[in-house]
Design a binder for this molecule. Sequence first.
Ligand code: XIL
Length: 302
Amino acid sequence: VGTLGNAAAQSGRYFGTAVASSHLGESQYVSTLDQQFGSVTPENEMKWDATESNRGQFNFGSADQIVSHARAQGMSVRGHTLVWYSQLPGWVSGLGASDLRSAMNNHITQLMTHYRGQIYAWDVVNEAFQDGNSGARRSSPFQDRLGDGYIEEAFRTARSVDPNAKLCYNDYNIDGINAKSNAVYNMVRDFTSRGVPIDCVGFQGHFNPQSPVPSDFQSNLQRFADLGVDVQITELDIEGSGSAQADNYRRVVSACMAVSRCTGITVWGVTDKYSWRSSGTPLLFDGNYQPKQAYQAVLTAL
Ligand code: XIL
């Protein structure tokens, strides 16, 4: 565990990154990962299309590579993600309600059993709410066939399989106080009041000029924490460069540091050259693995 990871650990937090198994053979990628980060999230390798592309046939090969690497380095692992409308194989969308319910519960059970005891937190359900002002659930095979109750069912199943993993709801555009984050807030409040098992909310934190770091980011994190759940920044990347980008990173890290239940931060990749924002430069290391101004800002704010 290296520099960013060590700095975060001084306040009991983790600092992690998304990792793609396809880059684990690149020495600079691995040395930057190992020197700097204390936690990893598989970027795609644990998603439904990667782990169960055919019903009942599970493939853990590339996710196992990441988990083994992380464990050998003493890094914690975030599991991402069990129930999501995207990167979902076609066979799932073709199922009727009762088949879909058992497929969902089986998928959760197989993944969480395979990694039992090795995952710090699972994103049990990802991106279940619509953007915009409706506060409504997003249409998905799960929502459309099983109704609102699928989220609760997914969390209950998850708790029964690995009672030691923290169970998170994860989403984007919920970083500030808005209709979408209000809807998630109301769901979490309902869950905690009825004893539905939920431990954390993940704020993805994909920021760009159209979706900037909101001024009420910290107070939004705090209102969720006040419900009795941990909060985590799970997929942080910020478009831009130079001092403007560094300042946005500083603001995000400072907000987390100011909320005692903000337990950690994950950036969505090691280096700009492999960012999912293919034309952008949203991460802490440039394409030559040189630390950027944003890196210094993060290190100072941790
Ligand atoms: C992205 C990956 O980074 C890409 O490689 C992939 O092609 C698409 O998914 N929200 C999430 C992540 O929860 O899983 C997404 O990751 C980014 C948006």
